[in-house]
Design a protein around this ligand. Structure first.
Ligand code: ZN
Length: 489
């Protein structure tokens, strides 16, 4: 394929041609969940975004080592190194061991990821399994003079770092602004400057998650785990680092600072970030009461949901928007996605049954190129879907004998649909064969009843049946032998 893949690099703020450091290998690190609660939409979006990237890079022939971590220690309630460890807090409230909390929510996260058809990463390391590696990096940064110890805790000296590097180059922040916007140090503070961040924290006596270190019994700072695990599995300078935009600052910014000092290198070549999710135009947040977990979506059990939405509806909905755009969830938008997905899946089923003719009444040769062009343009999944939908009408037309297709074109079309819908977008048909048979029998019953009404000249009833079916997305077509039905109006 002459067409090259371009990716938007957050740090250069431009689309760049994708050229791996050591092809055909590609190293990709994505920040995974902090496992102290059920996964919600904010977890689903990066998982699905980087699943698309993972699938496409493999499709292009790259050998991708995809590392997505589990944060099970060090993520405090407040990004500014304060508050309780999120896992430890949950453990205290539930009277469990912290690792029981971690196991429970990691298992549930995996179930959700399977439901969303998100492929497992190549390696899924846990922060608590890499304490030694994290301590080694802290030591290096101290040796190089960019970290200091206070009362058993170690902090990164952001002001010193910024005098030779730019702390804020990823997120577009400037240190002076950071210092003036952060609350003043109160004299009790262990940090020299408010912008400094923790590399190691001394554990208070009641803190149960603790490990020995040269400085104190304690635990690593949150940003340290990703530096340690990406470096261990992908090397000091790897291809792609991804995550949600909420991690740009301070998490990824601090990872860059840690790598530049510990390894004299940028951690990665390309930074990719998915945008955020809003619900009915509002930010998601526990305090706003719109924090809907994936399990609540699948069961329809949250008060702001009109009904349950299947995992594939959620996946399809996310892929309908480019990963760098904000995504607004609403019942109406999800219902529209549910219909769109049904239409697409039905078109694939019809495609399998079509009979070829001598000529094609449309030119499908460009479809494949258009889909690859869209993927090569920074993984433009909504454009891929738009291209595929352009052909759905044609597929239905062939089925209704209004259009024709040659055997050769039919084969090409099947390959394009399988490649893009199933392999790359990772969508699957959720309706099983038993359900399809039941729907078929029910529809036969309904259409027979409608026919009977027509024979009895009860047109009010026959029209109402058709209108009600239309409302739920089923089209009815009358012909001389009776009537046929299909999904999609
Ligand atoms: Zn991370």
């Amino acid at each position: 394929m002459e067409n090259k893949l371009f990716v938007y690099n957050t740090i250069s703020r431009t689309k760049e041609a994708f050229e791996p450091i050591n092809p055909p290998l590609v190293g990709m690190y994505v920040c995974g969940p902090t496992v102290y609660g059920d996964a919600h939409l904010g977890h689903a979006r990066p998982a699905i975004t980087f699943d698309l990237v993972f699938r496409y890079l493999q499709h292009l022939g790259y050998k991708v080592r995809y590392v997505r971590n589990i944060t099970d220690v060090g993520h405090l309630e407040n990004d500014a190194d304060e508050g309780e460890d999120k896992i430890a807090k949950k453990a205290r409230l539930e009277q469990l061991e912290p690792m029981e909390v971690v196991q429970y929510f990691t298992d549930r996260y995996h179930i959700n990821m399977n439901q969303l058809n998100v492929l497992s990463p190549s390696i899924e390391p846990r922060a608590s399994g890499h304490i030694i590696e994290q301590i080694e990096i802290v030591k290096k940064i101290i040796e190089k003079g960019y970290a200091y110890e206070t009362n058993g805790s170690v902090y990164f000296d952001v002001v010193k770092y910024d005098s030779s590097h730019h702390y804020g180059k990823l997120s577009g922040r400037i240190l002076e602004d950071l210092l003036s916007n952060t609350r003043a140090l109160d004299g009790q503070d262990e940090k020299r400057n408010a912008a400094d961040f923790a590399l190691w924290k001394k554990a208070e006596p009641e803190h149960i998650m603790r490990w020995p270190s040269p400085w104190s019994d304690g635990f690593p700072g949150w940003h340290m785990e990703c530096s340690a695990m990406s470096c261990k599995y992908l090397g000091e300078h790897f291809d792609i680092h991804g995550g949600g935009m909420d991690l740009l600052f301070p998490h990824h910014e601090s990872e860059i600072a840690q790598s530049n000092i510990a390894n004299d290198k940028e951690p990665c070549k390309y930074w990719l970030h998915n945008n955020m999710i809003t619900i009915n135009g509002q930010k998601m947040g526990k305090s706003l009461g719109n924090f809907i977990t994936l399990n609540e979506f699948f069961a329809g059990s949250h008060s702001s949901l009109e009904k349950a939405f299947s995992p594939m509806t959620i996946r399809f909905f996310m892929l309908q928007t480019h990963y760098r755009s904000t995504l607004d969830f609403s019942n109406e938008a999800l219902i529209a996605s549910e219909k769109g997905l049904k239409r697409l899946m039905l078109a694939m089923e019809i495609l399998d049954k079509l009979k070829p003719s001598e000529v094609s009444t449309t030119d499908i040769s460009q479809l494949s190129n258009k889909c690859y062009e869209a993927m090569n343009d920074d993984f433009n999944s909504p454009q891929v879907l738009a291209n595929l939908f352009d052909t759905v009408r044609f597929i239905n037309g062939v089925n209704d004998n209004d259009e024709t297709i040659t055997a050769d074109d039919l084969q090409k079309l099947k390959v394009i649909y399988t490649t893009f819908v199933i392999d790359l977008l990772g969508l699957r048909n959720e309706t099983n064969t038993d359900q399809i048979e039941i729907i078929d029998s029910l529809m036969t019953m309904i259409l027979n009843t409608r026919n009977l009404a027509k024979i009895n000249r009860d047109f009010a009833v026959s029209d109402k049946i058709r209108a009600d079916l239309n409302k739920i997305g089923i089209a009815v077509k009358d012909n001389k032998d009776g009537s046929t039905w299909s999904f999609g109006i």
